[in-house]
Design a protein around this ligand. Structure first.
Ligand code: KG4
Ligand code: ZN
Length: 342
């Protein structure tokens, strides 16, 4: 079964073809137009998706040696995300499915992240999955393809958003996660004890807005601000606070929902300290940690095709009335993006 995946939910335009578990070809372009604005500009992003999408589709078909009529299904991210961006992908997928007479499968973007470590493997159900990206920080129990329960989420900023906002206030550019990760390697994580919000509460939720404010308050007019290594120390201390919180919630989740596998996915799952600490946690608790390859941590179409393939096998299709939803939820019903028509 050859499934085309399309991902346009934010600022990455991505197309991939998966043949069962094998990636035949993939393309992902992170739009550069947003850098100068230090954040994603929705209108610019949808226009770029429109320009990039079909040329990328031709490239993946060329590389895989297939023609459009060799495809058995089209999977597309239907939400959550920026609605104008989602609509570009959903409209293209609907047109292709209709013209080729093949199934259309609407995929929830978070569901796609949750399976991004299992592109060529069967997901080890049940497992715990933490999605940490620029738009999301959520922890799920994933019992089956269509049985996913939200255990906790952020009350305010997403983890990646906190990285990006702190990078911006430190003058490190956008997106800031990679740069903070890099600077933190030379810094002292014990330089400042930034707050670990909600630590004392019996919850699997997180909150990062106070942390971001604490960093701003600390660096504003700080007498050491010009010192060599100051920014590296702040980066290391901030990163330690974020990672401590994420590790604490995963540790609590393992206690409450015993499983033998966990996964951490989304753009922030590329963070070297988070990966290292999750490995330590997993080996200490006797669970297996599944991390996506770094290129499948960020938004990509391979993970969308991956979920599409499993939904297709399960007999799930979307109708041509499939819409885009900015706030599509993924709670106890992974198939919500798709209407069953067969
Ligand atoms: O999943 P993603 O590509 O896009 C969505 O938000 O859906 O995630 C992007 C986020 C950005 O906030 C970026 O700063 C963060 O992932 N990120 C990182 C690292 N690489 C990317 N955060 C921390 N450490 C990194 N190495
Ligand atoms: Zn994402």
């Amino acid at each position: 079964m050859r499934v085309l995946g399309i991902e346009t939910s934010c600022d990455d335009t991505a197309v991939a073809i998966l043949d069962e578990g094998h990636v035949l070809a993939e393309r992902a372009v992170t739009q550069e137009a947003h850098r100068r604005y230090l954040g994603v500009v929705p209108e610019l992003a949808s226009r770029e998706h429109l320009e990039l999408l079909f040329p990328l589709l031709d490239e993946v078909l060329d590389e895989s040696g297939l023609t459009r009529s060799d495809l058995d299904g089209v999977a597309v991210t239907a939400g959550p995300g920026l609605v104008g961006c989602l609509l570009v992908g959903v409209s293209a997928a609907k047109a292709l499915a209709y013209a080729l007479g093949i199934p259309l499968i609407g995929v929830n973007h978070i569901h796609a992240h949750l399976l991004s470590a299992f592109i060529d493997d069967e997901p080890p159900y049940p497992f715990l999955g933490m999605v940490v990206s620029g738009g999301h920080t959520e922890l799920f129990e994933v019992r089956a393809l269509d049985a996913i329960t939200l255990l906790g989420s952020t009350l305010d900023d997403a983890a990646g958003e906190a990285f990006d906002k702190v990078a911006k206030l430190l003058g490190l550019g956008y997106p800031g996660g990679v740069e903070i990760d890099r600077r933190a390697r030379n810094g002292d994580p014990a330089f400042v004890e930034f707050p670990r919000a909600l630590g004392g509460r019996d919850t699997l939720d997180v909150s990062f807005s106070g942390l971001k404010t604490a960093v701003r308050t600390f660096v504003t007019d700080h007498p050491d601000a010009g010192r060599d290594g100051f920014v590296d120390d702040v980066c290391a201390s901030f990163q330690a606070a974020v990672v401590d919180v994420l590790i604490d919630r995963m540790a609590r989740a393992i206690e409450r929902h015993p499983v033998s596998s966990i996964t951490v996915c989304g753009g922030v799952a590329q963070n070297s300290e988070l990966r290292r600490r999750m490995e330590t946690l997993a080996s200490g608790r006797g669970v297996r940690l599944h991390l996506p390859e770094p290129r499948y941590c960020g938004d990509n179409a391979v993970m969308v095709a991956r979920v599409g393939l499993d939904l297709l096998r399960a007999g799930t299709r979307s109708g041509l009335t499939l819409g885009a939803s900015a706030s599509l939820e993924l709670v106890d019903e992974a198939l919500r993006a798709s209407e069953v028509v067969s």
